[in-house]
Design a protein around this ligand. Sequence first.
Ligand code: 7PJ
Length: 260
Amino acid sequence: MGVLNVTPDSFSDGGQFVSVASAFDHAQRMVDEGAALIDVGGESTRPGASPVSTQQELDRVIPVIEKIAANLDCVISIDSSCPQVMAAAAQAGAGLLNDVRAFQREGALQAAIKTGLPICLMHMSGEPATMQDQPRYDSVVDEVQAFLLARVEACLSAGVDRNNIIIDPGFGFGKTLAHNLTLVNALEKLRVMDLPILVGMSRKSMIGAILNNETSERLYGGLALASIAVQHGANIIRTHDVKPTSDAVAVAYAVKTCAN
Ligand code: 7PJ
């Protein structure tokens, strides 16, 4: 899954892809490099990011989704917590709804169900503005797993098809470095009901905290994490760096699935 941020304030590539043409070019490049999914986001969820209005989010993402849907062979994912954006994105050609708030906002789950699309449920502790202020868990693995299970059950009872659910521990969303690393090691334990697991660690501060480097220098650290995540059962890797990640993941997957 290639990340396509159409926000002027994304932490990793802020402002680079704000025009439809440049966003589309970047999506095309990621598909050429091996991305099966493109995750389009119009709301920055970095720690401390300012909120956007629904109209702003729509104006950012819908033209980009339309252009990708008409021209590229990939599944378009919409990274949004806003019911109106989910509905409009589905109409414009999105094939997956990715919500870092796990469809807990008023009307979000109903909007998602109406589209009939697959959904990704992510764990976040708190809200982006404050989530990195001293996150605390008694057991991060048990709590993330319990949250994901509860959200899966809520979705199933609301009528979502079980084949249409992906789960995600939400690396960096209300977690310290130690929490994040514990979750990487415990990935397979987090799986609930045999559902696919998506992970997003690309360029995140958990890499910077180990290597003491800036977002532009986190590729190699991200490749290590992506490979380890595959070894521990991750099914979808969300990344800014598609070509290096797809190579790393192909090698990790070959090791994981070798016959003897
Ligand atoms: C994630 C996401 C993630 C899912 C972001 C960034 C921050 N969606 N959206 N999982 N992260 N499912 O681009 O690094 O980890 S936004």
